[in-house]
Design a protein around this ligand. Structure first.
Ligand SMILES: CC(C)(COP(=O)(O)OP(=O)(O)OC[C@H]1O[C@@H](n2cnc3c(N)ncnc32)[C@H](O)[C@@H]1OP(=O)(O)O)[C@@H](O)C(=O)NCCC(=O)NCCS
Length: 242
């Protein structure tokens, strides 16, 4: 993989983080600690602190600084981005959570978006299909065998959301303005993005299936980017090097 544009992806569970001697220790900024304190339910408060601290540790490893020194701020539509000295590193990153699972993607020199979703049946799926798919996608979707539609729906959803998160606009732009592949025999690919004709050639989409009930998509602003799955063992634990 040397020489390729590599995107590192961590898929971590809350339990994994909570039972690890390093990762269970919070490393929050004053602002994040205040935000955590304002979260009413204890389980949500604990999860926020664990996930945010994991993000800081992963970014700190990439930047070669202590996690508490990673400067973070929210962009125009809420996408977290680096600030202060770390901004110049040009490190793209993004995160997504679904229940007790957390995904963190880090892409040096690239923009990246990630979305993970637990696969589940949706009572309102047909209505959602009309809302989040373009007319051409709705036709393709209707031609799929009924047994393949649930996975296809989540493929479409996660790929579209990952792409919009990669651009930083998130759901402020409609999912139906983005077309992607979702058929089982087609690789993940951006087909069309409203107002951005160049993006299908410059963005790549990737799928991950970390568990039978968990689906993830990554969108990266480089056509040939390759994915590398990472684990807690790849994160620097020495906190005195920053
Ligand atoms: C971000 C957003 C896609 C959330 O989707 P979701 O499926 O509920 O959540 P996910 O777990 O996949 O992602 C949440 C994470 O995405 C990140 N995020 C937030 N805004 C983002 C954006 N605009 N682009 C990319 N990532 C974003 C955050 O890290 C957030 O986690 P955190 O709050 O714990 O830090 C959605 O809330 C959104 O689009 N918000 C921004 C746009 C908006 O608010 N529009 C309203 C009118 S302007």
């Amino acid at each position: 993989m040397e020489g390729a544009d590599i995107v590192d992806l961590w898929i971590l569970s809350e339990r994994q983080l909570a039972t690890d001697p390093t990762f269970s220790q919070p490393v929050l900024s004053a602002e994040e600690a205040a935000k955590a304190a304002g979260v009413r339910a204890e389980a949500d408060r604990r999860r926020y602190a664990l996930f945010r601290s994991a993000l800081r540790r992963v970014l700190g490893t990439h930047l070669g600084i202590a996690p508490e020194r990673v400067g973070l701020r929210a962009g125009a539509f809420g996408k977290p981005e680096l600030c202060g000295g770390a901004e110049a590193a040009g490190l793209g990153f993004n995160l997504s959570h679904s229940g007790e699972m957390l995904a963190i993607a880090v892409a040096p020199g690239m923009a990246v978006g990630v979305d993970i979703e637990h696969l589940r049946c949706l009572a309102a799926r047909d209505r959602l299909v009309r809302r989040v798919m373009s007319p051409a996608e709705q036709e393709r979707f209707a031609r799929l065998p009924a047994a393949e539609r649930s996975l296809a729906f989540w493929r479409a959803w996660t790929r579209k959301e990952a792409y919009l998160k990669g651009r930083g606009v998130g759901l402020s732009e409609p999912l139906a303005g983005v077309s992607v592949t979702f058929d089982p025999d087609e690789p993940p690919r951006l087909i069309h993005a409203d107002g951005r004709p160049q993006d299908p050639a410059t963005w790549s989409l990737h799928e991950v299936r970390p568990a039978s009930d968990l689906l993830g998509a990554l969108a990266v602003s480089q056509p040939g980017a390759q994915l590398r799955l990472r684990g807690l063992g790849d994160v620097t634990r020495d906190r005195g090097h920053g």
